[in-house]
Design a protein around this ligand. Structure first.
Ligand SMILES: Nc1ncnc2c1ncn2[C@@H]1O[C@H](COP(=O)(O)OP(=O)(O)O)[C@@H](O)[C@H]1O
Ligand SMILES: [Mg+2]
Length: 350
């Protein structure tokens, strides 16, 4: 049987470059090597593309780029070529790609830009296409569409660089403190601040604008955050719902990747009927945003038992300890099987 060539994209021109290296390592190490042949495509923080033929350790130690295993490479938008073009010193060569699996987080990879190039080139995508990826990245537009489905979303105000301070302060008075300030398009909690009082508003807004040209002023939702792993194109399956237990503050970058004072419970410590409701809401959100392949849907569960949408992650963390594989594992699907299904779904869609 011929193996399927899976182009695995890692790195990327985004603050979440290092997170992508960990996720891509998780994907490579758990891919069914009998069925798939990983073709590694590394994107540097400057946005340069390389074919990487070295060991996975090069990703874990972030030394892949300095190694002799890298050859500059590009993807042609020409339909039907379906290959990675290597620009080696001895000349041009090609590696056919049966499917592309972007394992990039944040801008320039998770946001529809790479997906657009892949769609032009006709290479099937493992995961969401251009539209869902772009919507998933944009917290304002995602909220508006999900709200139309009758799912509660936090109240928010979109801030432009020239939004007057008085407008921010009067909206803040309306929703009350604490509140959240965050970039419209970012991830891994970069640029997110929980603001306790009016005096800290301006600095939080300035931080959010470091990551995007729009920011959100958002109502604080009490309770805790829950996640749901969704997989499928038309027929959807879900993992077990998980729960983030915080010991204060919010799920910031350090907590996400060290879990120093927080914990993740899978399954969530909630009534089975509530878990079912969350799974159904997650599927509804997935469909509303046009997701395909896989996505992690994040919501809050309030003390009154209300489910409130937070965001979707069209390329969630994919390390051995990440939430998406963890939720699927709790539902009986191994990491390897999840990856095989994701690739199959991408091929089916094409
Ligand atoms: N409206 C909110 N109410 C309560 N907590 C929030 C709210 N928005 C964000 N948070 C907290 O901040 C974290 C990061 O915010 P999020 O919107 O998920 O951004 P990111 O895309 O960076 O993960 C969340 O995991 C949660 O802990
Ligand atoms: Mg989040």
């Amino acid at each position: 049987m011929n193996k399927i060539n899976v182009g695995i994209f890692f790195g990327g021109c985004s603050p979440e470059y290092s997170v992508s290296l960990s996720s891509a390592s998780g994907v490579i190490l758990n891919l069914d090597q009998e069925k798939y042949n990983p073709v590694l495509i590394g994107i540097s923080q400057k946005g340069e593309w390389y074919h990487y033929a070295g060991p996975v350790e090069g990703l874990l130690s972030d030394t892949w780029l300095t190694s002799s295993h890298c050859t500059p490479a590009v993807l042609s938008p020409n339909r039907g070529e379906n290959c990675l073009i290597l620009l080696g010193q001895e000349g041009v060569s090609r590696i056919p790609l049966d499917i592309a699996f972007p394992v990039l987080h944040g801008g320039n990879g998770e946001d529809g830009t790479l997906q657009g190039l892949l769609e032009l080139s006709g290479i099937p995508i493992a995961g969401c296409g251009t539209l869902a990826s772009a919507l998933g990245m944009d917290k304002d537009r995602a909220h508006r569409l999900v709200g139309l489905e009758g799912v509660r979303v936090p109240m928010h105000l979109v801030l432009e660089p020239d939004t007057p301070m008085e407008a921010m302060e009067s909206f803040a008075e309306k929703i009350g403190y604490p509140l959240f300030v965050k970039p419209v398009k970012a991830g891994s909690s970069y640029g997110v601040t929980k603001v306790a009082c009016k005096e800290h508003l301006a600095s939080a807004v300035a931080l959010a604008f470091k990551y995007d040209n729009q920011a959100l002023l958002e109502e604080n939702i009490p309770g805790f955050e829950v996640g749901c792993a969704v997989l499928g194109n038309r027929e959807l399956i879900t993992g077990e719902v998980d729960e983030i237990e915080l010991s204060g503050g919010f799920f910031d970058f350090t907590e996400k990747y060290t879990l120093k004072t927080s914990a993740i419970h899978v399954p969530a410590r909630i009534a089975p009927a509530k878990a079912e409701e969350i799974k159904e809401k997650a599927k509804c959100i997935y469909r509303a945003l046009g997701c395909t392949g896989f996505t992690r849907v994040d919501m809050f569960l309030t003390p009154e038992g209300e489910v409130v949408f937070n965001e979707i992650n069209t390329i969630p963390g994919f390390t051995e300890h990440s939430r998406y594989p963890g939720m699927m594992k709790a539902a009986g699907y191994s990491f390897q099987e999840v990856l095989s299904r994701i690739i199959d779904l991408g091929l089916q869609r094409a």
